[in-house]
Design a binder for this molecule. Structure first.
Ligand SMILES: C[S@@+](CC[C@H](N)C(=O)[O-])C[C@H]1O[C@@H](n2cnc3c(N)ncnc32)[C@H](O)[C@@H]1O
Length: 238
């Protein structure tokens, strides 16, 4: 059972009764999404490449996808192919009530947002000239793809609520589906999560977190980590 839940920046999120958990930070759904996924993930990789493939683990309300398409409309020289994995569809009355396009100051994106939610699962659509979108109704553990993703928005429920999503096996599976130089970003900065990401081969940076959180993580496949604030990063050989 899902219902609306207000957050501190004025935007709403959803509360999942079964898990007793909310979909975003109570300090602000919009600010968290912009900080963690758009700024630390999308903008970071698009500063290095013109075209990228994004995998979102937990499409949910569609907020991250909406903010991504917003950036692409403002930056027509860049292009993105976006895959959103999900296991639980958000009902229409809830994604409509969230009214994220208006909350984000972009009411003109309402039809893009509706299309994301209403399009068929597993069928890619060209939402704009530079943004291809596909929703996949499948668990991340079962989803498979060639190594093609440049950015992974890892937006699972918190480890204490859904520990099976934060296992080294899941991180290894995502690592295998990513391009060299690709990054996985997550709001979670737990030491165990950082060590598990490192154990499967990622180089991990701790970055300043969104409001209410000291840190977040950005894990890179290959290459050295810039701005590492912690100890020596161990990289798996081979
Ligand atoms: C913290 S919410 C975030 C959702 C979304 N990114 C948003 O901004 O609304 C986590 C999402 O992961 C989804 N999820 C749960 N288990 C999953 C799985 N095994 N594979 C893919 N997604 C899953 C949930 O249904 C939920 O929508």
């Amino acid at each position: 059972m899902l219902h609306l839940y207000p957050t501190d920046d004025g935007s709403f999120t959803l509360f999942h009764e079964g898990l007793n958990e909310i979909y975003h930070s109570r300090r602000g759904a919009l600010q968290e999404s912009r900080h963690v996924f758009i700024n630390a993930g999308l903008l970071y990789l698009l500063s290095q490449k013109e075209q990228i493939n994004i995998l979102e683990v937990g499409f949910g309300t569609g907020l991250n996808a909406l903010l991504t398409v917003d950036f692409l409309l403002e930056n027509p020289e860049k292009s993105v192919s976006y895959t959103g994995l999900e296991t639980l569809e958000v009902p229409q009355e809830l994604w409509e009530a969230l009214s994220y396009p208006t909350q984000a100051g972009k009411p003109e994106l309402a039809s893009h947002f509706a299309q994301m939610h209403q399009c068929a699962w597993h069928e890619p659509i060209a939402l704009t000239e530079n943004f291809t979108f596909c929703k996949v109704l499948q668990s991340v553990a079962e989803f498979d793809s060639p190594a093609c993703f440049d950015v992974v928005y890892f937006d699972a429920f918190a480890p204490k609520r859904q520990p099976e999503m934060w296992q080294p096996e899941i991180f290894a599976h995502l690592f295998a589906m990513m391009h060299e130089g690709g990054v996985l970003v997550t709001y979670c900065a737990k030491g165990q999560v950082r060590r598990d990401l490192q154990s499967v081969g990622f180089s991990v940076e701790r970055l300043e977190g969104p409001a209410g959180k000291q840190e977040m993580l950005r894990a890179r496949k290959g290459g050295e980590v810039e701005g590492w604030k912690g100890g020596k990063v161990k990289r798996r050989k081979g």
